[in-house]
Design a protein around this ligand. Structure first.
Ligand code: ADP
Ligand code: NA
Length: 333
């Protein structure tokens, strides 16, 4: 039996969105209250699977760390660090590259999405091998649970496959078969412009997302302009079945307010979007403004962020070292 331990990460590949906040950060903070060990990471080695401007990458790494801290990640209760500062991630990823099969990687929908319309042969080898590094991130700590958004489900399944194959090829029960935790009303926040696409920091349209750095007016404007249909809101979730944009806004409201989506839709039964959208904007600003302010405060003191990340890396290394040493020994190194 493995000690329950949570690991999760966020890429510094752009600014944080409402999707990252509701699907990841907010839930990461809640996990700290559940009496389980929590390890959170800024995964800069994942970010460079597509080219990043070096100065921007450094800035965004601190910005993601600031977002973690502003969302309530407490360095006294969680380990918070930057992936590239713990070399065990790269070392274990190499071993996993030799356990995982190439075909497993080609089947990943994120790889297909990220290379859609491009010549996949010309993408980085790292982009293809990304899930193997992700498996290493998690299994380097023998993490048993990974809170993530819906988009990461397939990668988590691959982590389980890699652990199982390693255990089968080398040593039974050495790595845990990690459980994804995909929970809450906002496991997949959709674009404000297209209800079939997920809200993402890499979407070229800024109007498609709410950024954690947006001010109150920008948030209100983006919600007001969000694509919706002309019908009033129904009284039950069943009535939202073929209305992805409306459903998305209800889910966002539910996740921000902490109420169930059922309760929210009942509350707004019969309302027009002209009534609902300002209420949603008000709620979003109320919840996000304090986080934005805290992020800005942390960003005034980059040395303090670096100190927190440095301390976190030392604590992460202490957990990883014996697991990595044992892995190498098992493999015959
Ligand atoms: P992005 O997809 O924005 O580049 P990451 O890949 O770094 O972000 O993901 C960080 C975390 O945020 C992951 O747990 C991911 O599942 C979650 N996440 C990303 N986008 C969304 C979304 N639109 N809705 C819910 N969760 C999301
Ligand atoms: Na993602």
């Amino acid at each position: 039996a493995f000690t329950p331990r949570i690991f999760s990460g966020i890429q510094p590949s752009g600014g944080m969105t409402l999707g990252n906040y509701l699907g990841a950060l907010k839930r990461f903070a809640e996990k700290q209250d559940e009496g389980i060990e929590t390890i959170y990471c800024v995964v800069d080695m994942h970010a460079i699977t597509v080219w990043q401007d070096p100065a921007k990458l450094r800035h965004q790494t601190r910005e993601i760390a600031a977002a973690y801290l502003a969302s309530g990640i407490d360095p006294a209760r969680s380990i918070l660090f930057n992936q590239s500062q713990v070399s065990g991630h790269a070392e274990l990823a190499w071993i996993f590259n030799c356990v995982a099969r190439i075909g497993w990687m080609y089947r990943m929908t994120q790889f297909k999405d990220k290379t859609a319309g491009k010549n996949a042969e010309n993408s980085s080898l790292g982009l293809l091998a990304y899930p193997s590094l992700m498996a290493a991130d998690i299994l380097l700590y023998h993490a048993t649970h990974v809170p993530v958004g819906e988009d990461q489900k397939q990668h988590l399944e691959l982590t389980r496959d890699i652990a199982a194959k390693f255990n089968h090829d080398y040593e039974q029960d050495f790595f845990p078969i990690t459980e994804p935790l995909i929970e809450g009303a906002a496991t997949r926040v959709m674009s404000l412009r297209d209800g079939t696409k997920k809200m993402s920091k890499s979407d070229p349209s800024d109007a498609s997302r709410i950024n954690l750095t947006d001010d109150a007016d920008t948030i209100a404007k983006k919600i007001r302009k969000a694509t919706t249909d002309p019908n009033p809101l129904p009284g039950t979730l069943d009535g939202l079945k073929d209305r992805p944009e409306a459903k998305n806004l209800i889910n966002i409201y539910a996740a921000l307010s902490g109420e169930s989506a059922e309760k929210v839709i009942a509350e707004f039964a019969g309302a027009q979007f002209g009534t609902f959208k300002p209420r949603l904007a008000e709620l979003a600003v109320e919840k996000l403004a304090p986080i934005t302010a805290e992020m800005n405060r942390y960003m005034q003191d980059p040395a303090e962020i670096d100190r927190i990340l440095g301390e976190g890396a030392a604590r992460a290394r202490a957990i990883a070292a014996p697991i990595l040493a044992r892995t190498k020994e098992i493999v015959g190194m």
